[in-house]
Design a protein around this ligand. Structure first.
Ligand code: SF4
Length: 103
């Protein structure tokens, strides 16, 4: 799945997530904030900081994070800013949870 396909998936899935997505702070925003076209360096950091401003005030962060972690477990794709975490932060979070389950 390409980045564009992931963005489309997000858009389509968002349309089905009415129960919690109706309350999302990012509802209706340009997905470029959460899926920067140039996903490296300062540009990416700028977008993550912008996205974080929305996630910090979002009432459904837990639901969003759980949704995206399930998606990433299923597809192995980790892209975009979801649940107030960067892809790298979610990877670390998932690893930590897996270690805690084993430990
Ligand atoms: S936590 Fe962030 S990405 Fe998830 S729904 Fe809320 S504002 Fe959007």
């Amino acid at each position: 799945m390409s980045l564009g396909q992931t963005a489309t998936y997000r858009q389509e899935t968002n349309n089905k997530m009415t129960e919690w997505f109706d309350q999302a702070a990012c509802k209706g925003l340009d997905s470029e904030v959460f899926f920067p076209e140039i996903p490296t360096g300062d540009t990416r950091r700028f977008h993550w900081l912008q996205a974080k401003q929305y996630c910090d005030q979002c009432p459904v962060t837990k639901e969003c994070l759980a949704f995206q972690l399930a998606f990433e477990d299923k597809t192995g794709r980790r892209e975009g800013y979801w649940g107030n975490m960067t892809p790298k932060e979610r990877e670390q979070y998932s690893r930590s949870n897996a270690n805690n389950r084993r430990g």
